[in-house]
Design a protein around this ligand. Structure first.
Ligand SMILES: *Cc1c(COP(=O)(O)O)cnc(C)c1O
Length: 365
């Protein structure tokens, strides 16, 4: 038993965070307006190669607003990853829409474009200019892929598929901040992308989120909706139902300091991933996560599969053994089509890969 437990992940606060936060406190600019909010948005936009970035209270609210921007109506369906943290599916429900869960691909564990294609070709029909799921009768409106575990989604084929069927694409790049697809940074690849800066993400603001886009209307509407839809001017006039989803200047100050260190954080994750991969690859029945040749992954949370038939111990038994030695590890997310919260929603074919990854996967510190 080691004296100090090894945590799965802990925030790295070693840059200018104190200095920038102190400046907020000293000047009184602590709330949702301030230079650090503008600066953090500008840094994110630059990083993602987008013209605009709009800060939000967290990643879930960024997703909620993004769905509203993309014209999602109550009762619509959104294709999204089955294997992910629950936030995207919840945000879809907040917008009154329903998720259609798409399996992960067996190689890189990302949104399976082939299964999505198959679903759109065989399970949906176009009628009066609308694309409907034949089984539910609902309109299919958008695709929301997640950059699972920091590996970029196969965004090019996703965008092609979306164009063919007239769907909007929102990329949840939370875990992929700093990742690249065909040498282009995530965040600027889809019409809208979302990020979270929760404590366990690549970088953190305590809690926070961001929407990145090149679409000026989206950006302006995102600002509007996140500030209670208040119209410009001195009068308190609100032209629709808005939300209080703004990030505070104090959080943004932390975000600016964290952004200065992003490359360092990603390099450290990639270094750890390489060490784990080299070490684990010699064991039969252990499959470390991989990186596609056209991808640059952040390896946000390094994960390996343990095939019980060969390793003799299940991933959960290994988790308990590691815990005894003070090493924290954790299972992958329960695939959302199995989640009590979402199990009544449709899937695009089988989600057997997600189920296998869930059973065998273990994320390591
Ligand atoms: C953490 C996470 C979120 C949610 O972000 P919050 O800031 O906690 O609301 C959304 N999507 C993905 C993929 C995440 O990992």
């Amino acid at each position: 038993m080691s004296d100090k437990p090894i945590q799965l992940c802990s925030p790295n606060i070693s840059g200018n965070e104190w200095q920038y936060v102190k400046e907020c406190l000293d000047t009184g600019w602590v709330s949702s307006v301030g230079s650090y909010v503008d600066k953090f948005e500008a840094m994110m936009a630059e990083r993602c190669g987008t013209e605009f970035a709009v800060a939000t209270t967290n990643g879930t609210s960024a997703l909620h607003i993004s769905l509203l921007l993309s014209g999602v109506q109550p009762g619509d369906e959104i294709l999204t990853s089955a294997l992910t943290f629950i936030a995207p599916a919840n945000a879809i429900r907040y917008a009154g829409a329903f998720p259609v869960f798409v399996d992960a691909d067996a190689d890189y564990w990302q949104f399976d474009v082939e299964k999505a294609t198959q679903f759109l070709r065989t399970q949906c029909e176009r009628k009066n200019g609308e694309l409907r799921n034949k089984a539910t009768g609902r309109i299919v409106r958008a695709i929301l892929p997640i950059d699972a575990l920091g590996h970029p989604s196969p965004i090019k084929p996703i965008l092609e598929l979306a164009a063919e069927y007239g769907l909007v694409v929102i990329q949840d790049s939370t875990e992929g901040l700093g990742a690249r697809y065909e040498d282009a940074p995530v965040g600027g690849l889809a019409p809208i992308a979302c990020f979270s800066f929760n404590g366990n993400k690549i970088l953190t603001t305590g809690g926070g989120g961001m929407i990145t886009t090149n679409n000026k209307n989206f950006a302006m509407r995102a600002k509007h909706l996140t500030t209670q839809a208040k119209c410009a001017g001195e009068e308190y006039i609100h032209d629709e139902i808005g939300y209080n989803y703004r990030l505070t200047n104090v959080q943004a100050a932390i975000g600016c300091a964290q952004m200065e260190q992003l490359d360092k954080f990603v390099a450290a994750k990639r270094y750890a991933a390489k060490r784990y991969t080299d070490f684990l690859s010699v064991f039969s029945g252990v499959q470390p996560m991989k990186e596609a040749s056209n991808a640059f992954s952040t390896f946000w949370m390094f994960t390996a599969l343990f095939d019980e038939t060969q390793t003799k111990r299940s991933s959960r038994e290994i988790m308990k053994l590691l815990a005894k030695d003070g090493i924290q590890s954790r299972p992958l997310w329960q695939p959302l089509h199995l989640s009590p919260a979402h199990k009544n929603n449709p899937t695009a074919g089988s989600c057997e890969v997600s189920e296998r990854l869930y059973k065998r996967g273990l994320s390591l510190p």
